[in-house]
Design a binder for this molecule. Structure first.
Ligand SMILES: [Cu+2]
Length: 150
């Protein structure tokens, strides 16, 4: 831990230009997210967004809850509501998914995987505490989250 900090401090150091790079990356990220939101709301049926926040993509099977999302040009629903303190499986379905949402990462679990272009992938999330589990495509451009409630 301390070793890493030291390494950052001496030697190369953080160039002052780094900050503006980070800022511009954040801004371009926001633009991308905004563009996606625009595309999502203009295409398809208009009820897409509101139904994306309900918990109807969660089912109970044999004492486990299965949270099912779809990966293709992003993740749907973007936000899932699940129960905390319960064995949980995240099922990600792909169907002709050739974009980067086939590369899934869940940073807090150290999880990353390339999904099949078409298929169903179960990810064991274990028992999650109250809180929000966040995931995205490998580049962090398409986010999704599972909110664990009590
Ligand atoms: Cu991506």
């Amino acid at each position: 831990m301390t070793k890493n900090k030291k390494k950052l401090g001496d030697g190369v150091g953080v160039p002052s230009g780094m900050k503006s790079v980070v800022v511009s990356v954040l801004i371009s990220g926001l633009i991308v997210v905004g563009a996606i939101a625009f595309v999502n709301s203009s295409g398809g049926d208009s009820s897409g967004f509101s139904s994306a926040t309900t918990g109807d993509n969660v089912s109970l099977v044999g004492g486990r809850q299965i949270v099912e999302i779809r990966a293709k040009g992003g993740y749907l629903p973007y936000r899932s509501i699940a129960k905390a303190d319960m064995p949980t499986v995240l099922r990600i379905n792909t169907n002709g998914t050739f974009d980067c949402s086939a590369a899934v990462i869940i940073p807090s679990l150290g999880f990353s995987k390339i999904l099949p272009q078409t298929g169903s992938t179960d990810i064991d999330l274990g028992v999650q505490p109250f809180g929000v589990l966040w995931g995205s495509c490998g580049m962090g451009m398409y986010p999704f989250e599972v909110e664990f409630q009590r």
